[in-house]
Ligand binder design. Sequence first.
Ligand SMILES: [Fe+2]
Length: 250
Amino acid sequence: MRRALISDIHGNYEALQAVFADIEKRGIEEVYFLGDLVGYGPDAPACIDLVSRECKVHLLGNHDHALLSAAVGFNRVAKQAIDCQRDQMRPDGEDADKQRRWDYLSSLEERFQDGKFLHVHASPHDPIYEYVLETDAMFNHEKLKVVFDRMECIAFVGHTHVPGVMIEEPRWYGAEELHYEWEFKPGKQIINLGSVGQPRDRDPRACYVEVDGEICRWHRVEYDIDAVIEKVKAVDCLDDRNGLRLLQGR
Ligand SMILES: [Fe+2]
């Protein structure tokens, strides 16, 4: 069994296309999407069309939820992007594509259990909004205990945009220190996919996970960041920083 897991696309169509090309090149046929199609980037509609067509599992992220309802607890730049996209994408009774995309976002699920694998956007405890952070392994043991209590075995998450593994000890391993490969261990573990469209581990390349039997691998994919920066600049209601931060991978 081989499968690709992607999340946190955030309207970055260049990164998404590059990731799908990489998945196809590796001969992986099944793709699960773990949330956050919208927010930050300039091409949310195109990303929705590609993911809704190509993926087998479709989960809800906090930005998708915020677009459908309200951006609560978001910083100013993130809220501005969501409000901008909501204005552009809200169904108007005339455009069938708008309605289809809105219906698709409204259909996204909060969790998907597949044998021993749980899939959520954020955390087994709060599948949409809670961050499982690297620093929690040092400073937030009680929080992590609650999180691990809500899962059976292995959980895949996105949300922080930082790829790696949290084990129950607790201890965090960044994907780079693992040389981008993790063999599933006995006990509980939370595996973070990293982000397709806005990595935050100081590596600007798009990131996704391949699950191959008992091994998971993170793959990094280069794409045309400058093209995305120019697109962001061309959208009046998106802050330029949404593009420029992609160069730093943060
Ligand atoms: Fe995200």
